[in-house]
Design a protein around this ligand. Structure first.
Ligand code: ADP
Length: 482
């Protein structure tokens, strides 16, 4: 079976969040199930630079007004096709905006072009490259499904499609005037087409067109039926009924394995947990924290409202007051950064900050921290708590989305059965998070109980094994292929 996976980022070439981890991991996760995935990515500078032995598959004189080419290459060991359109993607700055974080004004054209190209490739435009299914990730890829539905390659048979929502908060919503530039027939301007509140909704259009919608955890798949999480699209989600599924993300266990991780001061396994302390000492030194045996909390996160980072700022004095320390790595909202810096200034040696993005450091933190705080207001899946589980860093998480699905709270029953892996709390506010931190610190004081949590997490299997099989089963259901 051949699947075209369309996305705006994928490791190891370009990453701003968990989406890239998942898109980058899918091809290898599906290969054992007899599914060959080709990934289609925009030709950002970092992607073009990573292309080895490129081969041109197709040249457009005008793709939504831009000269462009489809170029074949490799994503790691897996097939990659890049949309090389310099007018759209060859620019300095971020994937979606300039260096100051302002969205590019032509994002609608950039990602409509990605969708048009995906519909062409997925629809069989290039001889010798036929696909049985097209899988679009998030709003940046969603228009692929609208083009397949309303303006497919002439004479091509219909292709089944999957729309995966990695985060409902980002929908790609643009003024109605852009519609005439999309190259879609008038019929697409409809309430069950691309039209959304008088504008064009990219994610909405993809959801309307998809054979099946998936999101990245079963709980989030339920939550987005409600206004609080559906962000305006809850009615559409509810109307798709059983055509909305939740498949939890896996983690790349080659990248994230404390037994072999080259970033660590000391590698370890569940059986050699005592070796972990070398990583804790190294982390304290790296963050300029006082050294000690008390609990060391970590945070690796975008610094945003979604992630509850404003609430984190409020509880820092409580955390330090109970004998805790914090090492935080992240970037994002200026107001949150300012709050964190003020708290670190009040508590030197107890709160260490690294504002920025650092992959290697994120590994060292999971290996050296005692517990990770993930107080998200909503969390489609979340990867940092999965990495933490694998590294024996106990997750303290809000009970929402994928966090609810992947962490087993250390309540009495779960502890007695030796299945607990972390701490869940309800209510992303001062009381909720402060109480969770108090619970964590109390449990940390009972070292047998704490080690049972660590070992429970390290035993849990969040590799792609199960989730790869779930995607393969979905693809088979939609294509009718074995
Ligand atoms: P989201 O995709 O919503 O940001 P996830 O938990 O799904 O949240 O994925 C976040 C990914 O980005 C994880 O791989 C995490 O380790 C990584 N990450 C987030 N912030 C940083 C940072 N400042 N430095 C390094 N890695 C980071």
């Amino acid at each position: 079976m051949r699947v075209l996976s369309v996305a705006s980022e994928a490791v190891p070439l370009v990453k701003t969040g968990g989406l890239a981890d998942v898109v980058g991991a899918l091809p290898a996760a599906l290969a054992p199930h007899g599914v060959a995935i080709t990934t289609l990515l925009p030709g950002y500078p970092a992607v073009m630079a990573g292309l080895k032995r490129p081969r041109v598959l197709h040249a457009y004189t005008s793709l939504l007004g831009e000269p462009a080419r489809l170029v074949a290459g490799k994503l790691g060991e897996q097939p990659l096709v890049v949309l090389d359109a310099p007018g759209l993607f060859d620019r300095p700055g971020g994937l979606y905006g300039d260096a100051l974080g302002r969205d590019w004004a032509d994002n609608w054209r950039r990602f409509a072009a990605l969708g048009r190209a995906a519909a062409d490739l997925g629809g069989g435009l290039v001889k010798g490259h036929a696909f049985d299914l097209v899988h679009a990730h998030d709003w940046q890829a969603a228009m692929a499904l609208a083009y397949l539905r309303f303006a497919p390659v002439k004479g091509s048979p219909p292709v089944p499609t999957v729309m995966t929502i990695h985060n409902m908060a980002f929908q790609g919503y643009y003024p109605g005037e852009i519609f005439r530039n999309l190259g879609l027939p008038k019929a697409a301007w409809a309430i069950d087409g691309v039209e959304y509140h008088g504008g064009v909704g990219f994610l909405k259009a993809g959801m309307e067109a998809a054979s099946v919608i998936t999101t990245v955890s079963p709980t989030y798949a339920e939550e987005i039926r409600e206004a609080e999480f559906g962000m305006g699209l809850e009615g559409l989600v509810a109307s798709r009924g059983a055509r909305v599924r939740g498949i939890v993300n896996g983690i790349d266990t080659a990248e994230w394995n404390p037994a072999t991780d080259p970033h660590l001061a000391a590698t370890y396994t569940a059986r050699t947990l005592a070796r972990r302390v070398a990583n804790k000492r190294a982390l304290e030194a790296e963050f300029g924290l006082e050294s000690g045996d008390g609990p060391l909390f970590i945070v690796v996160s975008r610094l945003t409202w979604q992630k509850g980072m404003d609430v984190l700022v409020e509880v820092l004095d409580h955390l330090v007051g109970l004998g805790g320390r914090l090492a935080l790595l992240g970037s994002g909202d200026q107001a949150i950064v300012a709050g964190l810096e003020a708290a670190a200034g009040r508590r030197p040696g107890r709160i260490g900050l690294r504002i920025g993005y650092d992959e290697g450091l994120s590994h060292r933190m999971q290996a050296g921290g005692d517990a990770i705080l993930v107080p998200s207001r909503f969390e489609p899946c979340g990867l940092t708590q999965l990495y933490a589980l694998a590294y024996g860093c106990v997750p303290v998480v809000a009970r929402t989305g994928g966090l609810a699905d992947t962490v087993i709270d250390a309540n009495l029953a779960a502890r007695a059965a030796r299945v607990a892996t972390g701490i869940q709390f309800a209510g992303v506010n001062y009381q909720g998070l402060a109480a969770a931190i108090s619970r964590a610190i109390a449990l940390y004081g009972q070292s047998d109980e704490w080690q049972a949590l660590q070992r429970g997490g390290m035993k849990a299997d969040f590799s792609w094994h199960t989730s790869g099989a779930a995607y393969a089963a979905l693809y088979r259901e939609l294509t009718g292929k074995a």
